[in-house]
Write a protein that binds this ligand. Structure first.
Ligand code: ADP
Length: 496
């Protein structure tokens, strides 16, 4: 079984969010399964960051797509055997800025072309005229809107014998563009209709994938159900409902080489569920580093996040003064919506010894907040899976979350019954509101004062198997199912 895993970001080559974490870890985990006989290659645009990190890179093919001369460069992920094909095109991908937007945060205007090229090359590699005849995928695993046109090209243009899967990591991002792109992107005119890739008068890359892929997956069982409803489907609920039998939700795992308090290279001390002491030292170092008052008895509430409406962090500034008064400290890391950045900056200025706000993207600090904080705040309005709450569980930093998507599937609220059954791992809000967030944090603070109970909650989370190993087994079953190699109903693969 050869699998082409198509993605617009993969850690450690390039990362803006959870998609990169999944793309860096899942293919490796499938490849490592003893029951997997085949090979996986990751296909990714050749951004500058990708070429600066790709190992043993060599050009293996050249092709012209939509008038763009592209070189395919085969290499390996750093410190891994996983093979990567990077698409080299200076004009499209080698720019200063992010994968999707310029340094001011504006989307690149030619994103439709940039990601149609990615999708079309995936389809060509799976077609009968592939420039890599020695390695042909049986299955193309697409991820998010950036790769959504690949199943359409495979079915409509290249008539590929391979099968396709689209994984939805966040349905809010759909890649909807002006229909004028239809011609440039060589999409058949008759595909621009409701039974095709048309979406409210636009071309939708995501809808193309949802419509044309053989199977669909998303990143948690709850989100798989939620996206079939009006409240969470962002307009795609009807189509997803009609494809419910082809849709599965598999909760993401975490890369236990990267996110593991026993060996995390970003931490100066290590700890585990049987020996938690190191966490105290990391907390003190974090307080020192962030200019917070060094005090073991002050609970640190951590935030590492994109600062957007989705993440619900706009509920936090209004209740911070009360929590500061109660002795809490805040370690906040993130960037995004300017008013929210300003609100947190204001709090940091008002309460310098208790609130720290770091603007930007810092891998090293994110690990230290995850380890040094006492609790992790994640009140998302919707959350396909969410990785930070999983990191919080693994690091003995119980998450405080809303009951949605992957948060609902991974965090078990602390109450009498869950404490008794050793299943309590965090705190779940009743609803998405300032009041509910305040009440839930206060509830967590009162349990935090009861050290033995708190330790039990930490240990419950740390002991869970959050690794990709078991998730990879579900993906392999999904791959087999898509290839018709066994006929289990997809619903049986749902995994929490
Ligand atoms: P999303 O993909 O919606 O942003 P996830 O929780 O699935 O949310 O994944 C976010 C990933 O990005 C995590 O690995 C998180 O640690 C990381 N991250 C988010 N913001 C920052 C930041 N400012 N600095 C460092 N890492 C960040």
């Amino acid at each position: 079984m050869n699998i082409l895993f198509v993605t617009s970001e993969a850690y450690p080559l390039i990362k803006t969010g959870g998609l990169a974490d999944v793309s860096g870890a899942l293919p490796k985990a499938v490849q490592a399964l003893p029951q997997f006989s085949g090979s996986i290659r990751v296909l990714i645009p050749g951004y500058n960051a990708v070429f600066s990190k790709l190992q043993n890179a060599r050009e293996v093919a050249r092709l012209i797509v939509f008038g763009q001369h592209c070189n395919l460069v085969l290499g390996k992920m750093p410190d891994s055997d996983l093979e990567v094909i990077a698409i080299q095109n200076t004009f499209l991908y080698e720019r200063n800025g992010g994968p999707y937007n310029d340094s001011l945060g504006h989307d690149w205007l030619d994103n439709p072309l940039r990601f149609a090229v990615l999708s079309r090359i995936a389809s060509i590699l799976a077609g009968t005229n592939s420039p890599l005849p020695d390695w042909k995928p049986d299955l193309v695993h697409c991820n998010d809107w950036q790769t959504g046109l690949a199943p359409a090209y495979m079915k409509l243009v290249d008539h590929s014998p391979a099968k396709s899967i689209l994984s939805i990591h966040n349905i809010a991002f759909q890649g909807n563009f002006h229909p004028g792109w239809l011609h440039t992107l060589a999409l058949p005119v008759n595909s621009f209709q409701i039974n095709g890739l048309e979406y409210y008068g636009q071309i939708s890359f995501l809808k193309a994938g949802v419509f044309y892929a053989d199977k669909l997956s998303t990143v948690s069982p709850t989100y798989a159900k939620e996206i079939q409803t009006e409240a969470y489907g962002f307009g795609m609920q009807g189509l997803l409902k009609s494809r419910a039998d082809d849709l599965v939700g598999i909760l993401n795992g975490i890369d236990s080489n990267e996110w593991n308090p026993e060996k995390d290279t970003h931490l100066r001390k290590h700890y585990s569920s049987v020996k938690l002491d190191g966490k105290k030292t990391i907390k003190a170092n974090l307080q020192k580093h962030l200019g917070l008052h060094v005090d073991a008895d002050a609970p640190i509430l951590g935030v590492v996040s994109r600062l957007t409406h989705q993440k619900g962090l706009d509920l936090l500034p209004g209740i911070m003064p009360e929590l500061v008064k109660a002795g809490c400290q805040f370690a906040i890391l993130g960037s995004g919506e300017k008013p929210l950045e300003s609100a947190f900056n204001d709090m940091a200025q008002r309460f310098p010894s208790q609130v720290s706000m770091t603007n930007g993207y810092h891998e090293h600090l994110s690990h230290n907040i995850m380890a040094g904080a006492d609790m992790f705040i994640m009140p998302s309005r919707f959350e396909p899976c969410g990785l930070n709450q999983l990191y919080g569980l693994a690091y003995g930093t119980p998450p405080i979350v809303t009951r949605t998507g992957g948060l609902a599937d991974s965090v078990c609220d602390t109450n009498e019954s869950s404490l008794k059954h050793h299943t309590a791992t965090g705190f779940v809000l009743e609803n998405v509101s300032e009041l509910s967030l305040l009440v839930t944090i206060q509830r967590a603070l009162s349990v935090w004062k009861d050290k033995p109970t708190w330790k039990n909650i930490q240990i419950n989370g740390m002991k869970q198997d959050l690794s990709w190993g078991t998730r990879a087994v579900s993906y392999l079953a999904l791959y087999n199912n898509t290839l018709g190699q066994h006929s289990e109903k997809l619903a049986q693969l749902m995994l929490v």
